[in-house]
Unconditional design. Sequence first.
Length: 457
Amino acid sequence: MTVAVVLFTSDLRLHDHPPLRAALAAADEVVPLFVRDPGVHAAGFDAPNRSAFLADCLADLDASLRRRGGRLVVRTGPVAREVRALAVECRASEVHMAAGVTGYAQRREERLREELGDHGVALRVHDGVLTAVAAGAVTPAGSDHYAVFTPYFRRWSQERLRDTCPAPRAVRVPDAVRGEPLPSRDGLSGLSPGLPSGGESRGRERFSRWVRENLSGYEDHHDDLAGDATSRLSPYLHFGALSPVELVRRARAHGGSGADAFVRQLCWRDFHHQVLAVRPAASTLDYRTRHDRWRTEEEAAEDIAAWREGRTGYPVVDAAMRQLRHEGWMHNRARLLAAHFLAKTLYVDWRIGARHFLDLLVDGDIVNNQLNWQWAAGTGTDTRPHRVLNPVAQGRRLDPRGAYVHRWVPELRDVAGGRVHEPWRLPERERARLDYPGPLIDLADGLARFKHARGRD
């Protein structure tokens, strides 16, 4: 009786799962394994919102496996040690897993290959599981990655995607293999009240419903803050509860300008993966340094606190930060505005903002969170690194009736329409009735500080 192990990491699904399909083809029995790595806790990445969503994903994965005669085996400890111990215990000849791109994922693979090799167990790493196109599959002449999105998108669009594979009908797990109880969101503190439920089943339901109801209008409405026409699939993609290959294929099959715009957003995700795959240090260091002398956490403590708490006095920024705290999620355009405001108006180190986002975002992702923050701060891949977004002008454009602000900043609910984006311009009598702070900083002052620091006076 031959045995293979499938190590689940950020690919918590059964549909379109190449490592699982390969293991089932290679062995009589398969052990689906998830390892709770204490290194994740030590690095501070097991934030409550993501821990809760992860627990949902693991419970859903286990339930799906049990319907097919299998089960999920959970163990706790350093990943290489636990995988090696299980492989030896069940006499597995192979371990299958998805390729990752972060520095942590690359080191994990190296340790696994070393530990397993010492015991004659082969490690099979599968590309194109966490992304639609594998990182490194598309490169320009003379470089190991694309540093600009548009030419990457052109090449990426020409790539032939691999075929998707259905969920298996049966998964046979060795009876003797034992694991720990599944983690649960019960007892977790500090959760956002509006946190969504995780798991492949929920993700597939959400995607199918969104395709029917919203995909056709996505191009025209995805920037509408109040309309909330985005897919909200990012948490399911982060945990791999949905396959990016399947999402691209289904969107293209649907067709239309909305589908094209959605696929472009999925390409941005792949773009960031291929950058970090060859520049893993960009998770903490500037991809393109501008030699900024950022204000430190100590220097800007009061401004940072106001930004985190949603009381900067700029309504669209405050609405965004309050949505983040309540839902553990934020509209993509709101993320951009909030990040620009911290980095380019308050001139605070982007890493401080990125860390706060990782503390709350259920889709908090080292790849996309860090590189999007660098894009906003002008130290990443943006070809216009000095652009500054005016939150007043952006609020009027993306929330013209003030509905987004009214939802998240109830102090301003009685301020009608576009006036809500400049409450300081209201008549004094009306302004006095508002329990809302004045602007934290004048936008012109913030821009002058930023230009001076960048040597662009």
